[in-house]
Design a protein around this ligand. Structure first.
Ligand code: FAD
Length: 466
């Protein structure tokens, strides 16, 4: 079936001013902003209950210059944040979008906290790779479930209509590519056609579409996909059919620390606090502190595509702020031993090789040196018993390529002009991570979902009013 169809032969069952596809963080932030700007958005969601990748995430959103940072004495600025994003993305990200998200993130966090009562705070006991200041804001459980529930509650309290159990299948378009509406398939197979004055695509990327992953991200084709299975790449499929610009389709957020076979995310705090990874031969294999995204492929390159994250009691106490980590401990994914030898035995790795890595790394920590991969260690990161380890694998979390947008989230055509009433945000739009997994700065996913979501909602409300 064609992803787009002509408006001339389509009678609509209903007409709305603004339609938003997808009720993840991007769609719900767009809806909240549109409502505030005076529009009546309708959010259409394929699942029976809005969840998306947002609900699977840790719910952490980076933001600079917030009152939460000021209260803890953290100096930061949108300029510094923008430069961190571009540094990680090797300057491949669109500077206008980077400036928009770096500027808008602080306001976004304070807006969600003050207007809708989402109890954010800033993590101040460890930092994520590539961030020059502690700027990761999260909710008490550090879960995306808490974030999506908070956003959905805010939308419901604002009187926003979210219709679940409806998958948008086809875009209905005029000859000049103005969007006239969408064709929807309900769970019971019945089709509905809804006309709209403006359309926001907030249906994330293509991580849940194995064919597209094979085509664009072959290195992750056989990896565990840890995101929402309903994210099937509809935005880029529609965009391609419409003549939209697509960019950085090989970029993605990976993660090199998913407990296996338990499938539980182990926070990267474990590594940033001084933890290391070894393979099944008991050897380290790279600078783990570069970033968790690029580490996914590094781990998958090891024997059997697995590694062990190794840490100690102090690090475990930092990681326990994450519900996922507590789950991992509860389910027995982590092993705990009092000696290096006993830990190696529990991990089934060769004791000699593992103990040699351990001794070398501890010596480097003691003199605040750099290891053979260029990783910098600090004396306070030294390991003290009891010691812990967890077997992990690399996973694909979400894709970062997508529709090219301008700073108000309007989708661009291949000739550089914009479509008159089509917007994209979150994982549906190209991210700010450049062309590779290594360009993903922690938090880029929810950063663009929420901040661009808000901008898209404002712009779409204006379009919807005509
Ligand atoms: C395990 C994990 C941990 C993560 N942790 C973080 C983190 O801490 N910080 C961070 O910044 N990022 C994180 N991310 C990435 C982050 O989750 C995503 O970048 C973000 O949730 C994207 O939001 P979204 O609204 O674009 O997509 P989603 O939340 O996936 O929402 C898209 C919605 O669109 C719906 N949909 C799709 N197609 C259609 C259709 N045709 N019709 C109707 N509905 C449709 C889907 O069902 C879904 O509900 C993590 C990702 C994973 C997998």
């Amino acid at each position: 079936m064609s992803p787009i169809r002509s408006a001339s032969d389509v009678p609509f069952d209903a007409e709305v001013p603004l339609l938003i596809v997808g009720a993840g963080a991007a769609g719900l932030c767009a809806a909240l902003a549109a409502k505030k700007a005076g529009a009546e958005p309708l959010v259409v969601e394929r699942d029976a209950q809005p969840a998306g990748s947002t609900s699977l995430s840790a719910g952490l959103i980076p933001a600079a210059g917030t009152r939460f940072q000021r209260a803890k004495g953290i100096a930061d600025s949108p300029q510094l944040f923008a430069s961190d994003i571009q540094h990680k993305a090797k300057n491949e990200a669109n500077p206008a979008i980077v400036a928009a998200v770096a500027q808008g993130a602080g306001q976004l966090i304070e807006w969600l906290a003050d207007r809708f009562g989402l109890p954010f705070d800033v993590i101040d006991n460890f930092n994520y790779p590539g961030h020059s200041a502690m700027r990761m804001h999260g909710l008490p459980t550090r879960t995306g479930l808490e974030l999506i529930n908070g956003l959905r509650g805010a939308a419901e309290a604002s009187g926003i209509s979210i219709v679940p159990g409806r998958r948008v299948e086809t875009l209905v378009v005029e000859p000049d590519r103005r969007i006239r509406g969408v064709e929807i398939v309900r769970g019971d197979g019945v089709r509905e056609r809804i006309g709209c004055a403006a359309l926001v695509l907030a249906c994330n990327g293509y991580g849940g579409n194995p064919d597209l992953v094979r085509r664009y991200i072959p290195e992750m084709a056989s990896a565990l996909y840890f995101g929402h299975p309903g994210n099937r790449g509809d935005a880029i499929i529609w965009g391609d059919a419409l003549g939209a610009q697509l960019e950085h389709l090989g970029a993605y957020q990976g993660h090199g620390s998913v407990a296996t076979p338990y499938n539980i995310l182990i926070s990267w705090a474990v590594i940033m606090q001084g933890g290391i990874q070894v393979n099944s031969e008991g050897r380290r294999f790279c600078d783990e502190s570069q970033g968790y995204s690029e580490q996914a492929a590094e781990v998958l390159r090891q024997p059997n595509g697995v590694a062990w994250s190794v840490f100690d009691a102090r690090i475990a106490s930092v990681a326990r702020q994450f519900e996922d980590f507590r789950d991992a401990e509860r389910t027995g994914a982590t092993v705990t031993r009092e000696s290096v030898q006993a830990l190696a035995d529990a991990m089934h790795v060769p004791v000699e090789a593992f103990a040699a890595e351990w001794t070398t790394t501890e010596a480097i920590k003691a003199k605040a040196g750099k290891d053979r991969y260029g990783r910098q260690f600090a004396p306070e990161q030294h390991f003290a018993p009891p010691f812990h380890a967890v077997k992990v694998t690399g996973a694909l979390f979400h894709t970062q390529g997508g529709l090219v947008i301008e700073a108000a989230c309007r989708v661009k055509r291949t000739d550089g002009t914009v479509f008159p009433n089509l917007l994209a945000t979150g994982g549906a739009a190209v991210g700010v991570s450049g062309s590779t997994a290594a360009g993903y700065l922690s938090g880029n996913g929810l950063l663009t979902a929420t901040v661009l979501g808000r901008l898209a909602g404002k712009a779409a409300a204006q379009m919807a009013r005509g």
